[in-house]
Ligand binder design. Structure first.
Ligand code: PGA
Length: 252
């Protein structure tokens, strides 16, 4: 399976900063067979980021969020066709900050997956349990429910176009990560469900306080097909260190 290393820039990095990031990053990290890199800048920096990486077929760019309607009178909203026009080939859906800060429901997440697929983009669907759910030992039912709700009524061919990210809410931006073996266990449960539904080849990434120091241990677990990284992706040198650590543990 291909390894995917994805950077979620959240509400950081202007278009000018994205251009500078691209220059520094490209000077340090070359393409590598079997490894794909994805950047999720803010909507305003999408085009600048996509242009900065246009010479590199191993690098793609995605949106952090889209509204589910394709167009219309929805002031302030951004649709999947609009981000595609700015150079996006993917979009995050159901990130925990969308669910918990902006109150997105399972139904919203489902509509967004549908809209992203309909626009020809790759949905990066995020699932993950809160600390309370983990302490109540509900992790597995919670992530499976999120997966089922978001992908209900998709055909096998549509499901096969997804990338899944397991991101425990308590690990995001907190400096706490799941242990590699705990993460691998959740990945196995998600994989089993995907396989049962015909999504055998769907990559499953881990996210939550990934940094240059813990990347090798996490990717030492073969159930992890890559990582989705927030804080440690904001600086080109730190992000390059994550990629170099991943390359060491998964030589092409
Ligand atoms: P973090 O964020 O790496 O800063 O924990 C990960 C994410 O939210 O995707």
């Amino acid at each position: 399976m291909i390894m995917i290393l994805a950077a979620n820039w959240k509400m950081h990095i202007t278009p000018t900063e994205a251009r500078r990031f691209g220059e520094r990053f490209l000077a340090r990290i070359g393409p590598r067979p079997g490894r794909r890199l994805v950047f999720f800048p803010s909507a305003v920096a999408l085009e600048a980021t996509a242009l900065g990486f246009r010479e590199r077929s191993d690098i793609s760019v995605g949106a952090q969020d889209v509204y589910w309607e394709p167009k219309g009178a929805f002031t302030g909203a951004i649709s999947a066709p609009l981000v595609a026009g700015a150079g996006a080939t993917a979009a995050l859906v159901g990130h925990s900050e969308r669910r918990h800060v902006f109150g997105e429901t399972e139904e919203d997440t489902h509509r967004k997956v549908r809209a992203v697929l309909d626009a020809g983009l790759t949905p990066f669907l995020c699932v993950g349990e809160t600390l309370e759910q983990r302490e109540r030992e509900e992790t597995e039912p919670v992530v499976l429910t999120q997966l089922e709700a978001a992908t209900a009524r998709l055909s096998r061919a549509e499901l096969a176009r997804l990338v899944l990210a397991y991101e425990p809410v308590w690990a995001i931006g907190t400096g706490r990560t799941a242990t590699p073996s705990d993460a691998a266990q959740v990945h196995r449960v998600l994989r089993e469900r995907l396989v049962a539904r015909g999504g055998d080849g769907v990559p499953i990434l881990y996210g939550g306080s990934v940094n240059p120091g813990n990347t090798a241990a996490l990717l030492g677990e073969w159930e992890l097909d890559g990582v989705l990284v927030g804080g440690a992706s904001l600086d080109p040198d730190t992000w390059s260190q994550v990629i170099e650590a991943a390359d060491q543990v998964r030589p092409s």
